[in-house]
Structures are given as C-alpha cells and as structure tokens.
Design a protein around this ligand. Structure first.
Ligand code: C2E
Ligand code: MG
Ligand code: MG
Ligand code: MG
Length: 283
C-alpha cells in the first residue's frame, strides 16, 4: 500500500512538474514575441541627490503586459528571457526606448538628465557586442553617451571575465558610466572592484532596509562609502522607503538615492509630468 501511495504521489508530483513546465514553455513562447507585439513597457524611477533632493536622472525598469496573465514583474520574466535567449531582443528594445525617452526629456528640460539601463550578464556572454548595440542606440536616439549609465551586477564577471572587462572599458571610453547594481549581495566581497571597471556603486536595498538602527548595515555602508571615495566612485543607495533611512544615508555621505520615499517606478507620462513640475513623483 505504501508503495502504491508513493507511486501515486510521484504521479501527482510529475503532473505538477509537467504543468509548471507547460506554463513556462507557454510564457517563454509569448515572451519571444512580447517586444514586437508592443507588450513591453518601460517604467522610470528617479535618482535623487541627497544634498538638495533634486532628480538627477532615472532608472529604466521593464514591465511586461501579458495579454491574458496581466502585468508580469521582471523578476519573473527576466530570468526566463535569459534562459531562452529572448533577453537579447528585450534588452535592445529597452535600451532604445529608454534612450529615446531620455533624449525627449533632455530636450524638454534642457538639463543633462542621466538615464540608467540594466543589462543582464547573458547580454555580455552570448557573443554579442554590447558596445556596438549601445553605439547604435545612442546614434539612433541622439542621447548623449555621457548621460548614459549601464547597470551590471558583479555576476557579469563570473564567465569570460577578461572579455567582459574589455567590453566595459570600451563602453567607458565612449563616456558611458558603469554602475555595479545590488552591491554587497555578491559572493566575492569588495576585492573584485579592482577588476570591474566602474563609476558608480549601487548599495543594495537589503542594507538600506536595516537603517538607521542596524549596526552592521551602518558599518558596511560606512566602509563602502569610504572605499568609493578612495576609488573615485559615486554612490547610489537603493530602496529608500523612510525618512530615517534617507537621513542616515545623507549623514553617511551617500551621494544619491532611489526608493519609494521619493517615487515608485512610473510610466513615462507620469514620471515626465513630475520632472516637469520640478520634483520626483510621489505616490
Ligand atoms: P534593480 O535593477 O536592482 O532595480 C531595483 C528594483 O527595486 C526595482 O524592481 C524597483 O522597482 C525596486 N524598488 C525601487 N525602490 C524600492 C523601494 O523603495 N522599496 C522596494 N521594496 N523596492 C524598490 P523591479 O522593477 O521589479 O525590477 C527588479 C529587477 O529586475 C531589477 O533590479 C533588475 O535586476 C531587473 N530588471 C528590471 N528591468 C530590467 C531590464 O530592462 N533589463 C534587465 N536585464 N533587467 C531588468
Ligand atoms: Mg538596476
Ligand atoms: Mg539594484
Ligand atoms: Mg536590486
């Protein structure tokens, strides 16, 4: 009997697996066509300078409006897109869209607004030429190279480290800035900063969350800021949700921050309206 039950459980389990696999396969197929079908949208979250509270630029964050499943967040479909290779098309679409929007806002405000775009490691690893992609997108949109930031995580160096470093260096030679996203969450500690050509460190939300009281968060952020100053890097703190966190980061000499306290990521029209009004979106 026990054996029979075990067998049944196995069948149920296998059915669940098959169902999940079918769902994924369906999503993967839909994803390949999502950009062309006009289902992708870019939302924009401001980066705020802590000294004066001014918006200095935006981070572009992709959203997928699935025709039947509704809004799917990037944590769900970016990993899938990396697996299937759809990330190449999606990444290129997001870059062009964000730079087009950035060029429009720059023209409207006359301010040298920064635009930050996330790149996934896979975009560096499938033999594609990220520099060529960026050069083409800049030329097509007229967005100035020195207003563009590309965000990568340290995971980008896990494979083909030398080749990736060479690509990052050629991007920086164009005037593009490189930000290390989710800093502090990786496996390799601070030492890899010596190998990763970068201009900006983004302190991960998991540390910011523990401010202002968390002793280890304060210690860690203090040493990251010190290191950044030594290396001539700028700091952006991620995920600031409270006034206490904002004040602590300002006291710790973090240059800039993003987070729901200032604004959530918003569609271009709302982010643009807030920008025109001279303040970040509040929701
Ligand atoms: P990320 O680049 O670290 O982006 C920050 C994430 O934190 C965003 O989530 C943002 O909405 C969220 N966030 C911002 N402020 C706060 C806050 O105060 N509190 C909380 N709880 N969250 C906050 P989102 O938009 O869901 O994106 C998640 C991740 O998906 C991004 O993390 C990035 O790794 C990836 N991603 C998003 N867009 C793209 C893209 O166009 N290309 C690639 N390759 N990855 C992307
Ligand atoms: Mg990012
Ligand atoms: Mg991040
Ligand atoms: Mg993050």
């Amino acid at each position: 009997l026990a054996k029979a039950q075990g067998k049944n459980r196995l069948v149920v389990y296998a059915d669940g697996m098959a169902e999940a696999a079918r769902r994924r396969a369906g999503l993967a197929q839909d994803l390949a066509a999502a950009a062309d079908a006009g289902q992708l949208e870019v939302h924009y979250q401001p980066t705020v300078r802590l000294a004066d509270g001014r918006t200095t630029g935006f981070e572009a964050l992709v959203r997928w409006n699935h025709p039947t499943r509704g809004l799917i967040p990037p944590v769900e479909f970016i990993p899938l897109a990396e697996e299937t290779g759809a990330i190449a098309g999606i990444g290129s679409w997001v870059l062009r869209e964000a730079l087009r929007q950035g060029a429009t806002w720059t023209a409207e405000t006359g301010a040298p607004l920064r635009m930050a775009v996330n790149l996934s490691p896979r975009q560096f690893h499938d033999g594609s030429d990220v520099t060529a992609l960026v050069v083409a997108a800049l030329a097509e949109t007229g967005f100035p190279a020195d207003q563009l930031t590309l965000e990568v995580t340290e995971g980008v160096l896990v494979e083909d480290g030398d080749a990736v470093v060479a690509q990052l260096q050629s991007l920086r030679a164009l005037g593009v800035r490189i930000a290390i996203d989710d800093f502090g969450t990786g496996f390799s500690g601070l030492s890899y900063l010596r190998h990763l050509p970068a201009d900006i460190i983004k302190i991960d939300r998991s540390f910011v969350m523990d401010l202002p009281r968390g002793r280890s968060a304060v210690t860690l952020i203090t040493s990251i800021v010190e290191l950044a100053h030594t290396l001539g890097l700028d700091i952006v703190a991620e995920g600031v949700e409270t006034e206490g966190q904002r004040q602590a980061l300002a006291d710790l000499d973090c240059g800039s921050a993003q987070g729901y306290l200032f604004a959530r990521p918003e569609p271009a029209d709302r982010a643009g309206a807030a920008l025109a009004a001279g303040m970040p979106v509040r929701s």
